[in-house]
Design a protein around this ligand. Structure first.
Ligand code: ADP
Length: 506
């Protein structure tokens, strides 16, 4: 096993990896940008190395600085987390060339799966069903039109180098195509430095269901069942669960086998995810492979008992699959709500800022993976994720009930907005409770006015009282930290604080 691991990431995933290091007796080394000097992952690591200014391009995406930090800290391996450099083949290669271990698959596997068009071709050749569409990137709107007519409208136009829900357009009819081609190509050039695009059929009532895979160097590749990720805004996930209420046992077996086949086709090593789109008739098609740990990995951990991050590290150190992964058993049901600093009433736009009161829930069946603490700042520079709230139950109904209870206990207040009320609304929605949804659910069902009701409607007195109590506690703590200098100006009265609209929105 490694003695020291450098974590090339920040926020909740860096804290999650620090925990896996502790469980393995490995010393975690953090890196941080100027904006993260006092961040939680910096406080919790054994050692923290500054790697540059706040913008990600100059810090968390600065491969040279990160490799240098790793050498300086005498760490033997780098865990990339998700996002940033996690799926960058040049980084994986550079780490290896520096004589260090990249905790993840080979640079070749990342490269093969990183180009979405190439991955589609590779998967089709391996006998994996892919979404009907382009066999190669398209040159212009004329070619796009011919292909769209062939597969039939509606279609999805996508950037080959796309990710994070960017560089994607739904096109309902011919007249929209030309403008969409121009928009996707230019968005892709500015966001990914690569303007190539392709086209897929837009599936009917699409569900996003993905399969977790895990492979060791001895050639054992297994799947750890599926995750249902259809609750999305702007083509990005906000709530995930496992198992999927839509997947039958036969389909689970078949999807699992195909996911293993897909991973084997690129000699995959470590933890990865095969994403599928599923139509109303339960046909499933390969969408893409994520060659890293996923944000939503905890739900799989809750129902299988496999510690995926620990397994990633053990496999990178030459170890085998853990015994519990070799013959995995699906036990109960798990849900995850991603808690973001964003404003659901304003189209889910990011709304980062200072967290003043932070009281996460506790109790039976609750797991909370966070990257913050009371008094921390959610910086404007990065993805505004605050934490992930995960609940487990013997049944889906029990997991939902516990999520409802946990969301009820959760208090976040400060100079930011959160999506807690959105999650409260969702957990009470009859269609969500019935498992009757696809990726269009939020667009179809969510109206900002619903938030007032989710926040308690006319019955918000107990919540307001709790908020004032929390604000008082926060002010006392702040006064104790800075007795003389700050007591006047910056020490807002709790009443004033409670009157702030964002604070009341919790
Ligand atoms: P990204 O890599 O940017 O996350 P994906 O290709 O994984 O992009 O797609 C993200 C989401 O967009 C999917 O989960 C799904 O909701 C929607 N989507 C993508 N392709 C299609 C399609 N062909 N038909 C219907 N929905 C799609």
């Amino acid at each position: 096993m490694f003695k020291r691991i450098l974590i090339a990431n920040r926020g909740e995933i860096a804290v999650r990896i620090i925990r896996a290091c502790r469980d393995l007796g490995v010393q975690p080394v953090a890196v941080f940008s100027q904006a993260d000097r006092t961040a939680r992952h910096v406080r919790e690591a054994d050692l923290a190395v500054p790697i540059g200014p706040a913008p990600a391009a100059q810090s968390y995406l600065n491969s040279a600085a990160i490799i240098e930090a790793c050498r300086g800290a005498k760490a033997e391996a780098i865990h990339p987390g998700y996002g940033f450099l996690a799926e960058n083949p040049a980084f994986a290669r550079a780490v290896k060339q520096a004589g260090l271990v990249f905790i993840g698959p080979s640079a070749e596997a990342i490269e093969q799966m990183g180009d979405k068009v190439r991955a589609r071709g590779l998967m089709a050749a391996a006998g994996v069903p892919v979404v009907p569409g382009s066999p190669a990137t398209l040159d212009d709107s004329r070619q796009a039109l011919a292909l769209a007519r062939e597969v039939g409208f509606p279609v999805m136009l996508k950037a080959a180098a796309g990710g994070g829900g960017k560089g994607m357009r739904l096109i309902e009819q011919e007249a929209e195509l030309e403008a969409a081609v121009r928009a996707v190509a230019s968005e892709a050039r500015s966001a990914f430095g690569d303007g190539r695009f392709y086209l897929e059929k837009y599936l009917d009532c699409p569900r996003h269901i993905e399969v977790q895979v895990l492979a060791d160097a001895a050639g054992r590749t297994v799947h750890l069942f599926e995750r249902e990720c259809s609750i999305q805004r702007r083509h990005q996930k906000v709530v995930e669960e496992t198992p999927s209420p839509f997947v039958t046992p036969a389909m689970r077996r078949e999807m699992g086998e195909i996911a293993v086949r897909a991973a084997r086709a690129v000699n995959y090593l470590g933890a990865g995810t095969i994403e599928f789109l599923v139509d109303a008739r339960r046909n499933f098609y390969f969408l893409e492979m994520n060659t890293r740990i996923q944000v939503e990995h905890p739900v799989t951990e809750m129902v299988t008992g496999v510690d995926l991050v620990k397994a990633q590290i053990e496999i990178a150190a030459g170890g085998k699959l853990p015994a519990e992964a070799e013959h995995p058993v699906l036990n109960g049901w798990a849900l995850e709500c991603r808690i973001y600093a964003e404003d659901p009433a304003q189209g889910f736009t990011p709304a980062p800022g200072a967290i003043e009161v932070f009281r996460p829930p506790e109790g039976p069946g609750v797991r909370h993976d966070s990257g913050v603490y009371p008094g921390a700042e959610v910086p404007v520079y990065y993805d505004p994720i605050i934490s992930k709230l995960i609940t487990w139950g013997n049944s889906r109904a029990e997991a939902i009930g516990r999520m409802r209870r946990a969301l009820g206990e959760f208090t976040i207040a400060g100079r930011l907005a959160t999506n807690l009320d959105f999650h409260r609304w969702l957990m009470d929605h009859p269609r969500f409770i019935a498992g009757d949804f696809d990726t269009r659910f939020i667009a179809q069902e969510f109206k900002p006015a619903a938030l007032a009701r989710a926040a308690g409607g006319g019955d918000d007195e107990p919540r307001a009282a709790a908020l004032v109590a929390a604000a008082l506690a926060w002010q006392e703590a702040a006064a104790a930290r800075q007795p003389a200098t700050r007591a006047g100006g910056a020490g807002l009265s709790p009443w004033k604080m409670a009157a702030r609209t964002r604070l009341l929105r919790r």
